[in-house]
Design a protein around this ligand. Structure first.
Ligand SMILES: [Zn+2]
Length: 505
């Protein structure tokens, strides 16, 4: 037996050596993305500081108008929305009066602009934004949320990042082009909904229907969505433009437990309330599956393996070995976790009506946001198995399926256009990677028009700034906003460059 130890050590040593060489090999193989367009192939046009003069004041003026969507049942803020239309018309007079632009008011308060390009044979594209904002809790703001204030390099107010900045940025770049006689070659639509924050059923839904009836087939759609993230993965210092290629679905399931009803002085051994409570308590220890590595986030991890610094590079480049570690990092942040799992939350629970009566029935509602990799039946099957009570009745209360996943391969034209535009602006290490949008956007009303539907907010955000969405003290740095305008300007110019026209006529 004594001579076995060295051979075990030798075997272990060679296995370890093999492992190390695979890890190193994989790390060396991990490479940056080269999109179908290299930045140099596209247009070199950019806006100067002088071109951008006054743009921050125009945005601040827009933020001063409280276009608040209060709730699904409340009427839209008509006066404020019309004031905002007026502000846009005054801020961008060339756009709103150009013979090349058809301006339509849809369902009273939404706007659809059709910009007629000089080369009508090219497929148009569609840019979306929305004009409404969510309510504020004014006491928690350090500055008035509707003061239109610019202070210490920041434009402050509700709507600064969600999402009046894209409405303004799109119109700024169009205004500049039309004013300087640089009329677009490729046609585009700009659709500005007025009720996105309450589902977009009055605004975006109507515009989507209208475009559908007209047979519009945009090459791609870009709506609000995930941002250009700065330092949000350990070891990754380059900017990562996370482009939402899909949206999670929505599923509310009502669970009903039944039992013997009667007087509380002689209760049955088991009650409906007790059974329901037991079942619900089993949901969280038995969650929906973690799907890390099977969705678009894999692309992000692979790319991080190409650009991360230090030991992180080995970790990302060797997902097969470090999956557990990477998964732990995802689970540390609830928003990251939500991108790799169907979420589960019990939101309503009801049972009983009188303190001395045992009710015969108790119900609860489980709200899920469904991963695009799962369907309704799979989610409900996990719930059922977790609750371990076949007598419970499950009923779907409300649902919308996850959106389809838009193309994002390296060879894809529209995705590559976004990636190459980011590289032009932020250098070769900047990336566009696909991501899962965990909230809903107006895009749901346009899914019939094209499969290239992207949710992307072209502003730079750090992880600690994500709380500004629907939160307090929403603001954007003037420079960040200027880059947002430049993104749309470059995207427009790039979309009609020779290379883009050849690939995407
Ligand atoms: Zn929004």
């Amino acid at each position: 037996m004594w001579d076995l130890a060295p051979s075990i050590a030798a075997a272990a040593g060679s296995a370890l050596l093999g492992l190390v060489s695979v890890v190193v090999g994989r790390t060396l193989l991990a490479r940056r993305r080269h999109y179908v367009f290299s930045p140099a192939d596209l247009s070199s046009a950019d806006l100067t500081a002088e071109d951008l003069q006054g743009s921050e004041q125009r945005l601040a003026g827009g933020l001063a108008i409280p276009t608040i969507s209060v709730s699904h049942d409340a009427p839209p803020p008509k006066k404020e929305l019309l004031d905002y239309h007026k502000h846009l018309r005054e801020s961008f007079p060339t756009v709103f009066n150009s013979p090349l632009v058809t301006v339509e008011i849809v369902n009273e308060l939404s706007l659809l602009l059709t910009v007629h390009g000089s080369r009508s044979e090219l497929r148009p594209y569609l840019l979306l934004s929305h004009m409404d904002v969510v309510p504020v809790n004014e006491e928690r703001w350090n500055h008035p949320p509707f003061g239109g204030l610019i202070k210490d390099g920041f434009i402050i107010g509700r709507g600064a990042i969600d999402v009046k900045q894209t409405t303004h940025a799109i119109l700024e770049s169009l205004e500049h082009r039309l004013k300087t006689g640089d009329a677009p070659k490729r046609s585009l639509f700009v659709a500005l909904g007025h009720d996105e924050e309450i589902n977009g059923t009055r605004g975006a839904k109507e515009i989507g229907k209208l475009l559908g009836e007209r047979g519009a087939q945009p090459l791609f759609i870009i709506d609000e969505g995930t941002a250009i993230l700065d330092r949000f993965m350990p070891g990754v210092r380059s900017l990562v433009g996370v482009v939402g290629v899909c949206e999670k679905g929505y599923l509310s399931v009502e669970v009903t437990a039944r039992g013997e009803a009667g007087h509380s002085s002689i209760p049955p051994p088991e009650t409906a309330v007790g059974r329901l409570g037991h079942a619900l308590a089993r949901l969280h220890p038995n969650p929906q599956p973690l799907l890390l590595g099977r969705g678009p986030e894999m692309e992000l991890i692979q790319l991080a393996g190409a650009v991360a610094k230090g030991p992180f590079r080995f970790v990302y480049a060797n997902f097969w070995l470090f999956k557990g570690l990477i998964q732990k990092a995802f689970l540390k942040n609830r928003a990251m976790q939500a991108t790799i799992q169907t979420s589960t939350a019990v939101t309503i629970i009801k049972g009983g009506y009188k303190e001395n009566v045992v009710p015969g029935e108790a119900t609860a509602v489980i709200n899920h946001r469904v991963s695009p990799l799962m369907d309704r039946d799979a989610v409900i099957a996990v719930d059922r198995a977790a609750m371990r009570d076949p007598s419970l009745e499950l009923k779907v209360l409300r649902e919308s399926a996850p959106s389809p996943i838009a193309p994002y391969g390296e060879e894809d034209g529209p995705f590559g256009l976004i990636g190459a535009t980011l590289q032009q602006m932020y250098g070769d290490e900047a990336m566009a990677v696909p991501g899962v949008m965990i909230a809903n956007t107006d895009t749901r009303h346009y899914l019939e028009l094209t499969d290239h539907v992207y949710r992307f907010n072209p502003i730079v955000l750090r992880p600690d700034q994500l709380g500004m969405y629907h939160g307090d003290n929403e603001m954007i740095a003037v420079d960040n906003y200027h880059h947002c305008v430049r993104f749309y300007y470059r995207l427009m110019k790039n979309s009609e460059s020779d290379a883009a026209v050849a690939k995407m006529p």
